[in-house]
Write a protein that binds this ligand. Structure first.
Ligand SMILES: [Zn+2]
Length: 68
């Protein structure tokens, strides 16, 4: 289980990246939105999509959910 966050700022391709709390690329507190405590990144991304339809897992910490 991990705490997940979504970057409130979009990447250059429009994606909002979802990160685990432990990720070295976790955005600073003002640039992230808390999603919840999940056992897998898919549930976290699903939650993030309610706010940001173009949400995507981080390449580094959520590779299984990284699609673009
Ligand atoms: Zn990450």
């Amino acid at each position: 289980m991990d705490y997940y966050y979504v970057n409130t700022n979009a990447q250059s391709n429009g994606d909002h990246e979802v990160h685990k709390e432990s990720c070295q690329y976790l955005p600073t507190s003002v640039n992230r939105k808390y999603l919840g405590y999940y056992s897998n990144c898919a549930d976290a991304v699903e939650n993030a999509k309610e706010t940001y339809p173009k949400s995507n897992g981080c390449y580094y910490c959520c590779y299984a959910c990284h699609t673009s």
